[in-house]
Each structure stands twice: as structure tokens, then as C-alpha cells.
Write a protein that binds this ligand. Sequence first.
Ligand SMILES: C[S@@+](CC[C@H](N)C(=O)[O-])C[C@H]1O[C@@H](n2cnc3c(N)ncnc32)[C@H](O)[C@@H]1O
Length: 273
Amino acid sequence: MNVSLVSRRSLLALCFTVFATGALAQAGTTEYKPEVGQDGKDVVWVPTPDTMVEKMLDMAKVTAKDFVMDLGSGDGRTVIAAAKRGARALGIEYNPDMVELSKRNAAKEGVTDKAQFVKADLFETDFSKATVITMFLLPDINLKLRPKILNLRPGTRIVSNSFTMAEWKADQTENVKENCTTYCTALLWIVPAKVDGSWQVGGGELKLKQEFQMLTGTLTAGGSETAIKGSMRGDRITFTAGAATYTGRVNGASIVDGTVKGGSAAQWTATKK
Ligand SMILES: C[S@@+](CC[C@H](N)C(=O)[O-])C[C@H]1O[C@@H](n2cnc3c(N)ncnc32)[C@H](O)[C@@H]1O
């Protein structure tokens, strides 16, 4: 047999072995498969069913104008779904393997320009730039995050898979039945503007007591005091005083664009005392 042919064949075989080993090693990394229930830093990984992801993004009315942050982003599905709606989206995930998996998933879905992922602890993350926050964590984690969430810009939408924020009742709750067997309740909160305190309304006074988005208090005008009951939806205020319904928009220390239905005046404004 021709010696040079043998050595050429050996070389080819060697090249193939090196190539195959490299390819397998690469396949080893790309084939990282997370297991439902696997440990996470503060909460295990359980993926939100896709129908729930869509419901959560629907409830938050996510559009291309939004910046969505998923706290504990798992395999990246919520971030990727938000990016497909044109939003900029960022996943915060503590597990580096999940971060890499999410990046690969985003690449497969063609949304790497909009969907980004960082390996970080959600408790040490600044999410003040988000217009929408999604999460599937635990009730006690939601509660720990609550003060930070309440300090976000009024109107920021928060959507949680299944878990509540204790006394801060959700503004909207929806149950998903299609292709969802567990963890099928989506809850939405809209960060309310802070209005607690006294406001000058014309020659009178509006005293507001605020508990999350709920309002009680009194409206004093022309020497008579009327109890009020109302609510906030982001920067929008609505309350009733007797037969009159007041609506307006909170802009810092002012309430503007105020309208009244069923009252003696048609418009109103207020200034924080
Ligand atoms: C229940 S899974 C939800 C995953 C994803 N958001 C979804 O809805 O499919 C929670 C995720 O949070 C991650 N996680 C746990 N503690 C974390 C922390 N302190 N910071 C960032 N991520 C965390 C876990 O690794 C896991 O992927």
C-alpha cells in the first residue's frame, strides 16, 4: 500500500476526530437543558406558559414604545415575546446558563436587537427606566420589591404571574384557560401617582388619604364638607363627592385637565398645599 496515501488518510481521520470533538463540545454548551423546578437564587425556575405570557403583555398593553424588564427572566420567553411586539426588553436572570440560553433563544427568534439579557440579581437591579415590569417570583419577593415599585414613575405597569402584592390589590386580574394548567392567573398593577395630603381647589380644600391606588377624604367648598371616594390609575385621579364625579391628571404638585360631571362647575384644578 502507498505510504503517503495511508498518512493522508490518517491525517484526514485525525482532522475529522478534532472537528467532531469540537463540534460535540460546542453542542454540549448549546444543548444546556434547564429542568422545571431547578434551583434559582431566590426562586426556582418554572416557565410561564406561552398563553399566559401573551395575556400578561396584553394586560400591560405593551407596544413598540415600551421598555419591558422581566425580573428573573428564566429562558427569556417573556422578553422575547415583548421584543416581538417591537418593545425594547431586558431580562434580569441570576443563572448564567439561563442567560446564555435566553440569548440563543432570542437569536433563533430573530430579536437580538430588541431582546437583551444580563446576569444579575434582581434585588440589586435598577429598574427605574422600565415602563413595564413582568415577574413570576413569589409573594414574599413581590412584597420586598413593593416599596421600590411604588416609587417608579406613575403609570408604570407591573404584571405578575399568579403572585400578589399583599394589601396592594391588583387593578386587573385575568385567568387564562387556553393551554394553561397551572399558574394561570395574571395580575396587573399601575403605579399610582402620590397624592396623599391637602390640595387647594379654588377657594376650598381637597384632603386625600391614599392607600396604594385607593382614595378617601373630604372636599370642602362653600363652607360644606363632603366625603370623597376615589382611585388613581397612574397619574389619573377620579373621585366622587356627593353626586359629582371629578377626574383629572396629576402633574407633580398640580392637578390639571380636571373635569366635573354632575357638579355645579364643569372644570377644576388643584395645587398641592
Ligand atoms: C419562576 S421562574 C420565572 C421565569 C420567567 N420569568 C418566566 O416567567 O418564564 C424565576 C426565575 O428567577 C430566577 N431568579 C431567582 N432568583 C433570582 C434573583 N435574585 N435575581 C435574578 N433572577 C433570579 C430563577 O433562576 C428563575 O429563572
